[in-house]
Design a protein around this ligand. Structure first.
Ligand SMILES: Nc1ncnc2c1ncn2[C@@H]1O[C@H](COP(=O)(O)OP(=O)(O)O)[C@@H](O)[C@H]1O
Ligand SMILES: CC(C)(COP(=O)(O)O)[C@@H](O)C(=O)NCCC(=O)O
Ligand SMILES: [K+]
Length: 256
């Protein structure tokens, strides 16, 4: 049984894949100082809670935070007796190589999204992933990652306003009723919410114009549905794209 681990800058997600479906998805905040024993205590408590009794034989990790990989390797070795595949390391083969400037280290999450999206939808794609940062991953006709866009994340943008301006409070994102806010919180939500709608639309239009072709736009990440319910920003919404990509890369390495 495969344990797929997706470590973002904010959250770390574990999912167990039985070859056909994910049996469970567990989420914790990302901390580089979390030890192998702490991962196991958290993991074993939750799988027991969900009544899952499986033997993990394989582990694949994608981490945008390099420092957490060491403890995850120890966790995998100590408790499952296996060596994890780590996306971005030379020994982890990708279905298709990224085509970027020499020396560029592409975020593993973007490589994984590319593999997952190409497997499901074929080529000429834009994957918009709402994480700590909002990333646009451009996938060629043949399934290569060929570059993209990195924008400040939704929550990061709101947090930046709060951190930099003495009179601006901490605010959570939500859809404002109107564009013109009549209080501070409404003004901040309007700036980020409507600003983001514009940002996603404009960037996708410009990518399509630059590439001179139609492209399928896929929205993923926790906040994608909030934007999708207001405007038709995406052709497809997928909540498990990164996890799916991890299973695709794992299969590719098993077969290869
Ligand atoms: N369903 C949701 N509703 C509101 N905020 C969310 C939701 N899902 C994620 N977030 C927030 O979005 C930000 C990015 O989270 P996440 O997608 O886990 O990022 P990463 O993959 O970079 O760790 C975080 O601030 C998180 O709290
Ligand atoms: C852009 C990112 C910070 C996004 O990370 P996330 O929001 O998933 O935590 C990550 O993909 C990253 O560190 N990328 C390295 C630079 C690049 O992809 O070009
Ligand atoms: K992201």
């Amino acid at each position: 049984m495969l344990l797929a681990i997706d470590c973002g800058n904010t959250n770390t997600v574990f999912s167990i894949w039985d070859g056909e479906k994910f049996l469970c998805t567990l989420r914790t905040s990302t901390h580089h100082a979390r030890t192998a024993d702490a991962y196991f205590t958290w993991y074993s408590t939750l799988v027991k809670h969900y009544g899952i009794d499986v033997e993990i034989t394989d582990v694949i990790i994608s981490s945008t935070v390099p420092r957490v990989v060491f403890n995850l390797r120890v966790f995998t070795d100590r408790f499952f007796g296996c060596r994890p595949l780590v996306v971005g390391k030379p020994e982890c083969l990708l279905p298709r190589e990224p085509r970027v400037d020499e020396g560029t280290i592409v975020g593993p999450d973007r490589l994984v999204n590319t593999a997952g999206a190409f497997d499901r939808h074929g080529g000429d794609l834009i994957v918009v992933d709402f994480g700590t940062a909002t990333t646009f991953d451009v996938v060629s006709k043949d399934g290569n990652y060929i570059g993209g866009v990195i924008a400040p994340g939704v929550n990061l943008s709101l947090e930046a306003l709060h951190m930099a301006a003495a009179a601006l409070p901490h605010v959570d994102i939500s859809k404002p009723q109107k564009v013109v806010g009549t209080n501070t919180v409404a003004c901040m939500q309007s700036g980020v919410f409507w600003g983001y709608i514009g940002l996603v639309k404009e960037i996708c239009e410009r990518i399509k114009a630059e590439r001179e072709r139609e492209m399928t736009v896929i929205g993923t990440g926790g906040l994608a549905p909030l934007f999708a319910e207001t405007e038709a920003l995406f052709d497809v919404l997928e909540d498990d794209l990164t996890m799916h990509g991890l299973t695709v890369i794992h299969n590719h390495n098993k077969e290869g």
